[in-house]
Design a protein around this ligand. Structure first.
Ligand code: AQP
Length: 317
């Protein structure tokens, strides 16, 4: 298979404004991969409805994710961007995978356990079978590479298991895809509790940086990020999760290594270090925000989704 037959697929849920973890773990890589592969990027609204949604808000979130993709550098003229629910093949294939997948596999998914918590009997069936739909998203396009953050790696493993099980039972049909993960940034942690992942459903707004946050607010959030009392900058996820998280964010933004960042900052105070990291985040977000605010008012956003839908349908069908 040549590079040009290899295909990238990835999706992002329209469940609110995207955060720095979504950007560094996924969207920044969408942009890098589009120079090497044919890419299909999806706004996965059917995943979003596994929990209750306000329909009006969901509609505006779909356009917000689309505008964020383009503002971050995804080229909609060369790549396919579309809305999941506009291509029926996703839910059709998901049903087939509901019949191929095993309840035991889904019961082992840590994201389901985390999201359902003690409420397991009362969450939607959709939340449990979500990984089967994710497998359908990817396998319908015979994708070879899937850029995802760490939290989605287990779901991608399940996708691979489904492809293998289907192929073994019914004949060679699906490509078994590989995860594509950035060297740094696959798991950006919460600023207020750096042992947990940065997550937009956190109740503490200081725990995450949204791509559309006011830039002064971004600086304040970094200033108040939880660190430790040692006042020495080095990378140690176990004992210095806060400093290690900021080093990871900085390295990912500057496309360099954590070692290089450590040697750059090792003699700085925490205060100066935080100011530098904040400046780098602001420098990355500013052009994205400018493009975003111009785009979101553009009535042609819907037409971009329509074109993407037609192109996606041709492949998935
Ligand atoms: N903290 C993170 N670090 C790196 N990558 C991350 N991703 C999410 N959080 C981080 C990656 O972003 C892509 C899109 O994520 P999603 O739309 O599937 O949302 P999610 O995984 O459910 O994460 P959120 O945004 O934090 O939402 P909630 O609060 O609902 O859990 C994926 O590739 C994901 O790995």
């Amino acid at each position: 298979m040549t590079k040009f037959q290899e295909r990238v697929f990835s999706g992002v849920q329209p469940t609110g404004t995207l955060h720095l973890g979504n950007y560094l773990g996924a969207i920044k890589n969408f942009v890098e991969l589009q120079n090497k592969y044919n890419c299909v990027y999806c706004v996965v609204d059917q995943h979003a409805i596994t929990v209750d949604q306000d329909p009006k808000e969901l509609r505006s979130n779909i356009l917000e994710v689309l505008a964020s993709f383009i503002a971050a550098g995804v080229d909609y003229k060369k790549q396919i961007i579309f809305q999941q629910s506009s291509v029926p093949a996703h839910s059709q294939l998901a049903w087939v995978f509901n019949c191929v997948s095993r309840i035991g596999w889904l019961n082992r998914m840590t994201q389901f356990k985390d999201k359902a918590g003690k409420n397991k009997e009362n969450v939607s069936v959709g939340l449990m079978v979500y990984p089967n739909l994710m497998a359908a998203d990817i396998l319908a396009y015979l994708a070879t590479h899937v850029p995802v953050g760490d939290d989605q790696k287990q779901h991608l493993e399940l996708t691979r298991d489904l492809a293998i099980r289907f192929n073994n039972t019914y004949g060679d049909t699906f490509i078994v895809p590989k995860a594509y993960q950035p060297k740094t940034g696959a798991k950006i942690k919460s600023l207020s509790d750096p042992t947990k992942k940065m997550d937009k459903s956190s109740e503490n707004q200081k725990s995450y940086i949204l791509l559309l946050d006011d830039l002064n607010q971004v600086k304040n959030k970094i200033k108040s990020a939880v660190t430790d009392s040692e006042a020495k900058i080095y990378y140690d996820v176990e004992n210095k999760p806060g400093i290690s998280n900021l080093l990871t964010i900085d390295a990912a933004l500057l496309k360099t290594t954590i070692e290089e960042r450590v040697s750059h900052y090792k003699d700085m105070s925490y205060q100066d270090f935080k100011l530098c990291v904040a400046d780098h985040i602001v420098a990355a977000l500013k052009p994205i925000q400018e493009k975003y605010h111009a785009l979101i008012k553009d009535p042609s956003l819907d037409a971009i989704l329509d074109t993407g839908r037609d192109q996606a349908k041709m492949i998935a069908h």
